[in-house]
Design a binder for this molecule. Sequence first.
Ligand code: CU
Length: 155
Amino acid sequence: MHIHKLEKIWLTLGGIMLAAFLIVLTINAFAMGNTPPSDLQQIDPTKVDQTPPFDKPGLVKISDNEYDLNMIGYAFGYTPAQVEIPKGATVHFHVTSRDVMHGFEIAGTDVNMMLTPGLVNSSTKTFNESGTYLILCNEYCGAGHQLMAAHLVVK
Ligand SMILES: [Cu+2]
C-alpha cells in the first residue's frame, strides 16, 4: 500500500500530538490528582433534613479561620440564607439539594457547583476580601428560580 509522503507527515504529527495529550492527561490525573469532582458523597434526597450534617445546616468551625459550611438548596432558596465569616477564612462548602437540580454559584468567584438530588457537592475557597457575596442558582429549577439566592458576608 502506498501512502503519500505528506499523508505520512500528517499522520506522524497527529500521533505525536495524541501521545503528548495522553501523557499530560495521565500525569495530571495520577501524579497531580487533578480529577473531575464527580462521584461525590451520596445522600438520600428525601431524608436530607434528618441526615448529618444537613440536619443542622450552617457554619462549623474546624480549625483556626477554617470552616465547613453545610448548605441545602431547595425550591426556591438556600438554608441558611445568610452566613457570616471572618475575613481570610477558608470555607469548605458542602451543598446538596432536597428536591430538584439547582445551581450554587458564588458570583465573582470560581465557586460554581451543580446541586444534584442524592449527591453532596463540595468546593473550597479562601475569602481574603471583605464584602457581601451573592450565592445564586444558575440551573433553571422552576417558577421561583430567579428568587433563589443567599448571601455570604465576609467581615
Ligand atoms: Cu434553583
